[in-house]
Ligand binder design. Structure first.
Ligand SMILES: CC(C)(COP(=O)(O)OP(=O)(O)OC[C@H]1O[C@@H](n2cnc3c(N)ncnc32)[C@H](O)[C@@H]1OP(=O)(O)O)[C@@H](O)C(=O)NCCC(=O)NCCS
Length: 260
């Protein structure tokens, strides 16, 4: 059998080396965010990279009970499962509309800018597809925020401060403007869109996109799982009268032909 290859970590009996750095030296010296940057990118972050990535993780650490991942995981735990099952279930709820939008947005931003230097025209072309209903553009629109997503504003202002407001951030900002102009309706740049543009300007590959959301949100999922397990009764169930509207056949007789 050929050897498994990895460039991330190797172990000896005395030490583990993460991207070449001794883990026992990292412990107590590096922050969690610096260590995450190191495993993902292979090098230690600059001061600004650390601050930016730290802000990104903080911006998605939790967003309440309402999102699909928390509702889903709380139901699954209420069926009688353990913390890790709930957390895994929450992560499984991340898809193209929740959490996973970050990766799709990174891909669209990176591919658009790889094929065009004219950001305004590229933004207008995408906005026209959105307006026609031909494209559901990841990173824009929100169920709750209709005027602006406060997390995106804060992250983009930090991106300016730390030197990561590059062409991807500019493109995402132009997209928000062009969609409003062409569609006549505001679709806010949501936190996935802001993180997607900033991480693209930081030089991350779009295929890491879901990872940023998972790493940041997993702390919130653990907190919700613990709260569900320790403060709620088992077996969450919808109320038949209050929560459910039946839309199928009315009651009808089961007429079975009796054949010999
Ligand atoms: C998050 C999302 C599901 C919210 O949807 P929503 O609350 O139904 O959105 P709205 O009711 O405000 O939609 C209004 C209109 O904009 C459209 N729209 C909303 N988000 C859109 C998007 N990202 N791209 C294209 N059209 C969009 C809707 O289809 C609707 O069109 P209509 O008025 O012609 O019928 C939706 O915006 C979306 O799919 N966004 C992309 C995925 C994403 O970024 N998810 C991360 C959320 S943090």
């Amino acid at each position: 059998m050929s050897k498994w290859k990895t460039a991330i970590t190797f172990n000896t009996k005395e030490e583990s080396y993460i991207r070449g750095y001794p883990l026992t030296e990292m412990i107590g010296s590096l922050s969690f965010t610096e260590s995450i940057f190191l495993v993902l990118k292979g090098e230690l972050p600059t001061d600004h990279e650390r601050k930016m990535l730290d802000a990104i993780f903080t911006s998605v650490v939790d967003h309440g009970v309402a999102p699909p991942s928390v509702v889903g995981m709380r139901h699954i735990l209420s069926g009688g499962n353990e913390l890790h099952v709930g957390v895994a279930a929450g992560i499984l709820a991340f898809g193209r509309y929740h959490g996973g939008a970050l990766e799709d947005a990174m891909r669209i931003f990176q591919e658009s800018l790889a094929s065009s230097d004219d950001l305004r025209t590229a933004a207008r072309e995408l906005a026209e597809k959105v307006a026609k209903g031909d494209l559901r553009l990841a990173g824009f629109g929100h169920k709750y925020y209709k005027e602006f997503d406060p997390r995106s504003r804060k992250l983009l202002s930090l991106a300016r401060e730390y030197g990561f407001f590059g062409k991807h951030c500019e493109f995402a900002t132009l997209l928000e403007e062009e969609i409003e102009r062409v569609k006549g309706k505001r679709l806010v740049m949501n936190v996935d869109g802001a993180i997607a543009s900033i991480t693209s300007d930081m030089g991350f590959d779009y295929r890491l996109g879901k990872g940023f959301f998972i790493i940041g949100r997993i702390a919130g999922l653990v907190a919700h799982a613990f709260e569900e397990l320790t403060t709620e009764k088992p077996f969450r169930r919808l109320d038949e009268e209050r929560d459910i509207e039946y839309t199928g056949f009315p009651p009808r007789p089961l007429a079975i032909d009796e054949k010999d």
